[in-house]
Design a protein around this ligand. Structure first.
Ligand code: GCO
Ligand code: MN
Ligand code: MN
Length: 440
């Protein structure tokens, strides 16, 4: 029917187009889609969405895909897995095909815990290097899992010295693996560093022990970097305000910064931050302000990108699906301050997404939303309305009297620009600055 655009038409699984009319919609709803046609439908509708970048375009950005995100099977405390296991070879191959140039991993994502710290781990590391090489993907970051295994029930900074000794070995080993894989960053999310029940943990002692582990990692890094003629890694702390413990000893990026400056670290200059967007929303923080504080301290080195809801738990949704306007503003801040670190896609494809959907829908669309928001942030930075409004606010009304009333009066009309700026950013987000209008 004339007037029905490609984009708004309904399609039958056969590919035949149905025009939008109530009767036909009912027909479409009533018709089941056989399993063997479902991937075709999802794939076709994904392609119909348009707006996808090419793998070459995607590779221009410092974006990394975590092994644990690609291989996440949809399990949680109340949730059985909904997806099949995926090997690192498969994850790396998909990242290469999509055009995600970097891969990140926990030590135990790819090497079984009982193989870690044995000679056999180097066979796995060799296989990883080959997979990376074959697929044109690089390892940018390694992270040490110190939360999942029962040995870390009382955290990596537990009372028993043998637990802390084991944790230090794992941390040093992760640094070695990182150098072997060519990584530039190591990330530490302390996980169980906290408590469920009160009184058993002495916080100052726990923090000293936690620092011992990080010091061991930094000291080993200095040795290995020297042996290999490589720069040392950037060691990045990641905070999360709750989960998996009820109370967390280092719950926010600001707490992490205070810890870096506490005097407990032997190499505070080697340690910075890996904030995660959602983790700061979880405590009710303004993510942009969190990042601004880290930028000022020179500690914003790595950034986990995802989305979710304030004051709720760690749903790790794909970037931009919940808070696109806030995300745009975050990226404006990072662009205008020359942030050049990685954007790590630390999200969890929802358990309603299939193994096919993870690579057809979840990863490519997350990357493309990020790139789009990053490019829109560039438009915000260059927008003439915004630049003139901002400059006017900074110039002020030029009160000369010096008395309070004349200062208030001089800026009174200018301050309406705050709301106008916010409106303009919304317009840029939805493309109205380029003439997108609706006939109403
Ligand atoms: C989470 C955390 C982790 C960490 C990872 C790297 O949400 O559970 O963000 O995904 O980023 O453990 O240290
Ligand atoms: Mn994270
Ligand atoms: Mn998270």
């Amino acid at each position: 029917m004339a007037g029905v655009s490609q984009a708004s038409a309904f399609f039958l699984p056969s590919g035949r187009r149905l025009d939008e009319s109530p009767a036909q919609t009912v027909y479409l709803k009533a018709m089941s889609i056989p399993r063997e046609q479902q991937q075709g439908l999802v794939g076709r509708l994904t392609d119909l969405c348009g707006g996808a970048y090419t793998p070459q375009q995607r590779r221009k950005y410092f974006i990394s895909g975590p092994q644990w995100a690609g291989a996440y099977e949809g399990h949680a405390l109340f949730h059985a897995p909904t997806r099949e296991p995926v090997s690192f070879e498969e994850v790396i191959r998909h990242l290469g095909e999509i055009g995600i140039p970097y891969w990140t991993t926990h030590d135990s994502d790819v090497i079984a815990t009982d193989v870690l710290l044995t000679d056999r781990q180097w066979e796995v590391v060799g296989a990883i290097s080959r997979a990376l090489e074959q697929n044109g993907v690089k390892c940018s970051m390694v992270t040490c899992e110190t939360f999942h295994h029962p040995v870390f029930a009382g955290s990596a900074a537990a009372e028993a010295p043998e637990v802390r000794e084991y944790a230090a070995k794992r941390l040093r080993n992760t640094v070695e693996i990182g150098h072997e894989l060519g990584a530039q960053f190591a990330v530490y999310w302390p996980g169980t560093l906290g408590y469920m029940v009160q009184g058993a943990i002495e916080e100052t002692q726990t923090l000293r022990w936690f620092a011992d582990g990080l010091n061991a990692a930094c000291e080993r890094d200095i040795e290995v970097a020297q042996q290999k003629g490589r720069p040392t890694l950037k060691h990045c702390l990641e905070a999360k305000p709750f989960e998996p413990q009820a109370q967390i000893i280092l719950p926010t990026s600001d707490a992490m910064m205070a810890f870096i400056g506490s005097g407990l670290l032997t190499h505070p200059e080697m340690v910075g931050l890996n904030p995660e967007y959602l983790h700061e929303l979880m405590w009710g923080g303004a993510v942009r302000a969190v990042l601004a504080r880290a930028l000022l301290a020179g500690k914003l080195w790595h950034f986990d990108i995802n989305d979710g809801y304030p004051l709720k738990h760690d749903v790790d949704l794909g970037v931009g699906l919940v808070n696109p306007l806030d995300w745009l503003n975050v990226l404006v801040l990072l662009r205008t301050h020359g942030y050049e670190g990685p954007f790590n896609l630390d999200y969890k494809p929802p358990r309603t997404t299939s193994n096919y959907g993870v690579w057809k829908v979840s990863f490519p669309t997350a990357v493309d939303r990020f790139i789009t928001l990053w490019e829109i942030a560039g438009e915000v930075a260059e927008d003439s309305v915004l630049n003139e409004a901002t400059a006017a606010l900074k110039a002020g009304g030029g009160a000369t009297g010096g008395d309070l009333q004349s200062i208030v009066e001089a800026n009174k009309e200018l301050l309406s620009l705050h709301e106008l700026i916010s409106h303009r950013i919304f317009q840029i987000l939805i493309g109205q600055h380029k003439g997108r209008t609706f006939s109403v």
